[in-house]
Write a protein that binds this ligand. Structure first.
Ligand SMILES: Nc1nc2c(ncn2[C@@H]2O[C@H](COP(=O)(O)OP(=O)(O)OP(=O)(O)O)[C@@H](O)[C@H]2O)c(=O)[nH]1
Ligand SMILES: [Mg+2]
Length: 332
């Protein structure tokens, strides 16, 4: 017997969290539907235990669980989304949402389908600003935390005319500290290196009148649990917020492991970095959607401060479904 289970929750992320809890990480999602009160997800644990499921039954399971095909008209959109890296769970949600619209899903050619699909996706993409006064950028090694921090600082100083202070907790890389010091001098803003959590506390207190305090941290891989825990301890300061930097080209599973590893730091948003270095940023985008973690910025190059743009759900949705960039404006 295949045990299909139905999970209902106000948001897709919550429903998928319940799926993962009950059916495991490799759960197979059979169907997703948006309802008036939220989402319904039908799922099952992916691999039946060999000792519980004799051969013939397992073969039947294969038949039962063969993924439902995309409706003919949705096929092209689904292909574009898949190439971009969007998860089939998200694509299924979009397709199901379209069933409740006037779009014709049975015969290809309805000109309103792509924009309607993008409108549905747009509503799912969580975006939000990073407007917190004290903000630390955290994440794995080499993803672009220091560069993104410099971009945020330049933006705050030059565009918003704010008083900004930078504190670096990253004493691991001397060259990076010197680079940040030179950059701060160029912007005419104070720069402090914090060697201990107490130094960080002092630096934050010292800049009590600054409009913004930006904190750079040492990169930590998702399995460096002790280091992440001690980073969390160091950042336990009143008013402290964190944002997670994730590389756009990261695979879904690895990005999910990173998110899990940094969950203790309660990131209030994310910066997706190195968008220019991948053709499939949709895996990280799917994760942001499923976990409802707001995306604040996308960075798409090394240039400071130019290569960083505020995340726009319409633009992201259009890109994810292979629509021309200028269609983003019509997906209102
Ligand atoms: N192509 C591209 N390169 C980037 C982007 N952001 C950062 N980089 C480059 O990536 C490299 C690493 O960037 P850092 O900002 O030092 O990364 P980090 O996360 O601070 O690294 P650690 O502190 O060592 O963990 C540098 O060469 C940056 O110029 C981006 O959006 N696109
Ligand atoms: Mg760094």
């Amino acid at each position: 017997m295949v045990h299909l289970k139905r999970f209902e929750a106000p948001s897709l992320a919550e429903a998928l969290r319940s799926v993962e809890k009950e059916c495991g990480r490799d759960a197979l999602v059979i169907d997703t539907k948006s309802t008036r009160s939220g989402y319904v997800v039908v799922a099952t644990a992916q691999q039946p235990q060999p000792d519980q499921q004799p051969g013939p039954v397992r073969r039947r399971i294969g038949q039962v669980l063969a993924p439902r095909r995309w409706t003919p008209a949705f096929h092209e959109i689904a292909q574009a989304g898949t190439t971009f890296g969007l998860s089939s769970r998200i694509l299924r949600v979009i397709e199901n949402a379209l069933l409740g619209t006037r779009v014709n899903l049975n015969t290809p050619g309805d000109p309103s389908l792509p924009t309607t699909a993008a409108r549905v996706l747009k509503a799912l993409v969580p975006c939000g600003e990073l407007d917190q006064r004290i903000l630390a950028l955290v994440g794995p090694t080499g993803v672009g935390k220091t560069t993104s921090l410099a971009k945020l600082a330049a933006r705050a100083v030059r565009t918003r005319h704010e008083s900004v202070a930078i504190v670096s907790l990253d004493t691991y890389r001397v060259a990076a500290v010197e680079q940040m010091r030179a950059f701060s001098e160029m912007l005419g803003i104070p720069f402090t290196v914090a060697f201990t959590p107490l130094d960080l506390r002092r630096a934050v207190a010292e800049h009590a009148t600054a409009d913004r305090i930006l904190i750079d941290t040492t990169g930590r891989g998702p399995f460096d649990t002790d280091a992440i825990a001690s980073l969390a301890g160091a950042l336990e300061i009143d008013g402290m917020h964190t944002a997670l930097c994730l590389q756009a080209g990261q695979r879904y599973r690895d990005a999910a492991a990173t998110l899990d590893a940094f969950a203790g730091l309660e990131p209030m948003g994310m910066i997706i970095t190195k968008w220019d270095e991948t053709t499939a940023p949709g895996e990280v985008l799917s994760l942001a959607i499923e976990r409802e973690l707001p995306i604040a910025f996308i960075t798409d190059g090394q240039e400071v401060p130019e290569a960083m743009i505020p995340a726009d759900p319409g633009v992201l949705a259009a890109a994810a479904l292979g629509l021309a960039e200028d269609t983003a404006e019509t997906i209102l």
